[in-house]
Design a protein around this ligand. Structure first.
Ligand code: 4AD
Ligand code: MG
Length: 480
């Protein structure tokens, strides 16, 4: 007797050998048809029961949500909708789900809003929507590794606990083992972190970039893929306090090579999902169509989900300097008519997501890579251009998402870097090791960071980032 996953069974030929399949009941129609799902695929396996041959008490326990094992023969399906089905010889109840209790949860068979599903994030993975999203997320994670490994990158594990602020933005979560009610204090009455676990102040990392740079200076091409943390109070559909970031870092790459890599990488992983998540994407595409039906015509997208994904693969990303972008935005209708929340009136303004989305969705109508930003609005480590006021930064902007990638060529010149750190109040003594890289065999190098959840959002068409990570951490929420 074989036990296999439903994804495999559904592709198998009818056979006189008995099989056993285990899963959760999605529905039980007419006391005859069990729709069984085991998470291996979005599709259910139909198990046909001759109720005359089964104990009534047993069949009463075949309810939505219950875990069961069905033993029987794989036969050609009589009904439409599936090629094969299981003719049940034996059913075992592995774990009951009482209907009166199920009724109070999202497992109950009716439409539940995404908000309600979020409140029961421990159960939402049993829905078609979350099964499809999380299987796609898993495939995308694999594609990330496959891309970099195929291209001779080394996977580098950046530390989670750090003593430095990579982005210099101060939005960090403190890590401490001190007693919050009675921490040791110094003479000035301040908390004495010298007495803390690490003998210094430490935080959860906001980015593995600085450490990745040290490894790129020995391994050549590296990438990180791990959790990062930001204590920014952003309650948007694109921000998480804990998110997964992918950060490649390459010795001897200039900004143009960095942009080439970002574009090639994104196209690869999206292509991988199209090829390997076909059924899940088909389901999510249909879900999106239904969702959009409630929107006014003007707000509906012109392309279906898979058309959008193919569009990314088939078109070159438009490369535009920050300066050109500001000109376009200044002259744009929403700016002239004061429709932007933040009006663009001069060079140097930081771009908000409304501006990024205007450029991508209204003006260029394709992914855009903006580069050469003003030094003032970007991090200290970015390479200063010859004009003395812009840096070799690049952001990749996507329709519906805005910024999906942020990266740069790094400042490799010791003196210029020290100057910039002074100007931006970045303490040199904390980053002596980072400065050392510029003393011992410094070279042109570049890298970028891609927010994994924003990628999963784009590929699955989900509007809210909280729905593409199993347990979202956002301001005021760390349930589960
Ligand atoms: O632009 P960011 O802040 O860049 C860095 O951290 C660099 N150190 C990366 C590098 O060059 N190695 O973040 C990079 C990307 C953003 O483009 C965005 O996709 C994602 O990380 N991101 C977030 N995703 C979800 N929630 C948040 N709060 C995010 N903040 C950034
Ligand atoms: Mg950024």
């Amino acid at each position: 007797m074989q036990q296999s996953e439903i994804s495999i069974i559904l592709q198998s030929e009818p056979s006189p050998l008995e099989i056993t399949v285990k899963g959760w009941v999605r529905s039980f129609r007419s006391n005859r048809f069990i729709a069984l799902n085991d998470g291996s695929t979005i599709r259910n396996l139909q198990c046909v029961v001759d109720y005359e041959n089964f104990d009534e008490d047993l069949l009463r326990k075949v309810t939505v949500g219950a875990a069961i094992a069905v033993t029987g023969y794989l036969v050609e399906s009589q009904g439409s909708g599936q090629a094969v089905e299981v003719k049940a010889n034996k059913i075992a109840i592995l774990g009951e789900a009482k209907p009166e209790e199920v009724k109070l949860t999202i497992l109950s068979p009716k439409r539940h809003s995404l908000e309600t599903l979020r409140e029961q994030a421990h159960l939402r993975i049993r829905t078609n929507t979350f099964g499809a999203i999380m299987r796609t997320r898993s495939k995308l994670a694999f594609a990330v590794h496959e891309y970099f490994q195929k291209n001779n990158f080394h996977y580098f594990h950046s530390p989670i606990i750090t003593g430095s602020d990579a982005e210099g933005a101060g939005e960090m979560f403190r890590v401490t083992a001190l007693n919050p009610n009675d921490p040791p204090r110094n003479e000035d009455g301040e908390v004495d972190y010298d007495k803390d676990f690490f003998g210094k102040e430490t935080n959860l990392t906001v980015s593995g970039q600085l450490e990745a740079e040290t490894y790129a200076m020995g391994l050549g091409k590296v990438y990180t893929f791990g959790p990062t943390f930001r204590a920014e109070n952003s309650n948007t559909s694109r921000h998480l306090a804990e998110f997964w970031m992918i950060e490649p870092e390459m010795a001897f790459f200039d900004l143009a090579a960095n942009m080439d890599l970002a574009e090639d990488f994104i196209k690869y992983v999206i292509g991988y999902a199209l090829e390997n998540c076909a059924e899940d994407l088909e389901f999510l595409e249909e879900r999106l169509l239904q969702e959009e039906k409630s929107k006014p015509q003007a707000e509906r997208s012109e392309m279906t989900l898979r058309e959008k994904l193919n569009f990314i693969i088939d078109n070159n990303f438009k490369r535009v300097t920050y300066t050109e972008a500001i000109d376009i935005l200044k002259r744009s209708k929403p700016n002239q008519k004061k429709k932007f929340k933040y009006l663009i009136d001069e060079w140097g303004a930081d771009l908000q997501s409304e501006h990024e989305r205007y450029l991508v969705e209204k003006h260029f109508k394709c992914p855009v890579i903006l580069f050469d930003y003003p030094a003032k609005i970007k991090a200290f480590y970015m390479r200063l251009n010859e004009d003395g006021k812009t840096v070799r930064a690049m952001d990749v902007l996507f329709p519906g998402i805005g910024e999906i990638v942020g990266g740069s060529q790094r400042e490799e010149r010791y003196d210029v870097l020290v100057e910039k750190m002074k100007a931006m109040d970045i303490p040199e003594e904390e980053l002596y090791w980072y400065l050392d890289l510029r003393k011992f065999g410094t070279c042109v190098h570049s890298g970028f960071g891609l927010g994994f959840e924003r990628l999963v959002q784009f590929v699955t068409g989900m509007g809210n980032i909280r729905d593409v990570i199993p347990y979202p951490r956002t301001p005021g929420n760390a349930e589960f």
